[in-house]
Design a protein around this ligand. Structure first.
Ligand SMILES: NC(=O)c1ccc[n+]([C@@H]2O[C@H](COP(=O)([O-])OP(=O)(O)OC[C@H]3O[C@@H](n4cnc5c(N)ncnc54)[C@H](O)[C@@H]3O)[C@@H](O)[C@H]2O)c1
Length: 256
């Protein structure tokens, strides 16, 4: 029987991380690459080039593809390019690209609504669809979508974000139902309140920070480092009977 730690290894695996230049995405790239996966990083931000160079200098195998995932044609092109780089196969897909927009619901601008839904939800579906086809052909794979506490809660002044992340949670379950018997595990990670650029407005607001800390039993913001263990677990054969779940990494927030 295989040693338990060998089950967590991603040696020889091929991964795509969408949104991998972000604060949380970068940590997840590092986690799967350190565990052994050859990894393609897709993001709109030029930081991907520097991030990949830094990781490659540290002995990892990481390639950047600059892409605007709000455009369907770019999603398709980037997926095909990623597959070429990875030698025609993908074992792990992580969808972490996301944006936040805050307005009172009654004033929420249409173009901002569309942008949030297209990046957070539509792009997640299309990368799942493309990778799902490859994984079905190859006998299986692991998909991790990045949900949010706002997959469970409504938040304040973030109707588009909450709707998109609620959608990511439901999409994860729907795809799991369709693909579990085809060897694909589809799960989501729901980060809690994390110390990242996405939350700069919240972190700078002392009153909201105090409200958040009053609800977080661990009394601290989470970080990308906090996502690494679950990311490797859900990417590896250690989680082969886990699918259709949305797992919070939230310092205990949802349990309150
Ligand atoms: N930070 C948090 O507290 C928190 C909490 C729960 C969920 N999340 C989710 O985690 C994921 C990662 O968040 P993060 O904190 O790392 O945020 P981040 O802003 O640091 O990273 C998001 C990444 O998505 C990329 N991106 C945005 N629009 C894009 C586009 N059109 N095309 C390609 N890439 C695009 C950005 O360039 C960025 O690198 C997001 O889906 C976010 O909603 C974050």
């Amino acid at each position: 029987m295989q040693h338990i730690l060998e089950k967590f290894s991603l040696e020889g695996k091929k991964a795509i991380v969408v949104g991998g230049a972000g604060d949380l995405g970068k940590a997840m790239v590092e986690a799967v690459a350190q565990a052994g996966a050859q990894t393609v990083v897709i993001d709109l931000d030029n930081r991907i080039f520097q991030i990949c160079e830094e990781f490659n200098n540290n002995g990892l195998n990481v390639s950047p593809i600059k892409t605007d995932v709000s455009k369907l044609s770019e999603i398709k092109d980037s997926y095909n390019t990623a597959l070429e780089i990875l030698g025609g196969t993908v074992d792990i897909l992580i969808n972490s690209a996301g944006i936040q927009r805050r307005y009172p619901s009654e004033d929420f601008p249409e173009e901002e609504w569309n942008k949030v839904i297209s990046i957070n939800l539509d792009a997640t579906f299309y990368y799942c669809k493309y990778a799902g086809n490859t994984m079905i052909e190859n006998g299986g794979g692991k998909i991790i979508n990045i949900a949010s506490l706002m997959s469970f809660l409504g938040g304040i002044t973030i109707p588009a974000y909450a709707a998109s992340k609620g959608g990511v949670g439901q999409l994860t379950k729907a795809l799991s139902n369709d693909w579990a018997a085809k060897g694909i595990c589809v799960n989501a990670i729901a980060p809690g309140y994390m110390d990242t650029q996405l939350n700069t407005a919240l972190i700078n607001d002392k009153k909201r920070t105090e409200e958040v800390f009053n609800r977080v039993p661990m009394k601290r913001w989470g970080t990308g480092e906090d996502l690494k263990g679950l990311t490797v677990f859900l990417s590896s054969s250690a989680s082969d009977y886990v699918t259709g779940t949305v797992i919070p990494v939230d310092g205990g927030y949802l349990g309150r």
